[in-house]
Design a protein. Structure first.
Length: 181
């Protein structure tokens, strides 16, 4: 199919047809950007996506920000997309990528020291949070990060004790809630 035919098909009402267009390697970059909001898995699985990125270095700049944030957060987001999010000037991209399961330990460490508390809170919610980073985040200056830690099911006893004596009333209350039947 040609790019022109795929562009016409992308405007059809059939979700199955639009999903197929999102996954087709001849679909133009701008059309993928429009379809990505509704069909993120198909766009990320499109075999031409990496080539389109090389052919159009500003590929993602023309796509809606919310769409790109959704793509970044998905487990199947490729390495280049995660690197894009990590380096982006808008902290919403680091918030979106902070929970990604394929981040390296160094990337998670970098995000755990981010200046924006929402990024650090997303790191605090990671199921694979290391003891090193848990210890670091226990001393976070923002109570929101410590509140996320207090909600962790696998909180070590010494961390639970420390949060039970936290300076924030909300964190202490969250820790007391854990003790209720």
């Amino acid at each position: 199919m040609t790019a022109a035919q795929l562009t016409v098909l992308s405007e059809q009402l059939s979700p199955e047809l639009r999903a197929a267009v999102a996954g087709h390697p001849n679909t133009p970059a701008a059309v993928l950007g429009r379809l990505a909001a509704d069909y993120p898995a198909q766009v990320l699985g499109n075999p031409a996506l990496s080539l389109l990125r090389l052919a159009h270095p500003g590929l993602l700049e023309g796509w809606p920000t919310d769409t790109v944030l959704n793509l970044v957060a998905r487990p199947q987001a490729p390495d280049w997309l995660r690197r894009y999010a990590l380096a982006h000037a808008d902290s919403r991209f680091q918030v979106a990528v902070a929970g990604h399961p394929a981040l390296t330990l160094d990337e998670v460490r970098q995000l755990a020291r981010h200046t924006v508390w929402k990024v650090r809170a997303r790191v605090a919610a990671r199921p694979d949070l290391s003891l090193e980073l848990l210890t670091l985040l226990l001393g976070d200056p923002d109570y929101g990060v410590r509140l996320v830690l207090a909600a962790r099911a696998n909180l070590p006893p010494d961390a639970a004790e420390r949060l039970g004596q936290d300076a924030s009333l909300l964190v202490r209350q969250a820790m007391r809630q854990r003790l209720l039947p």
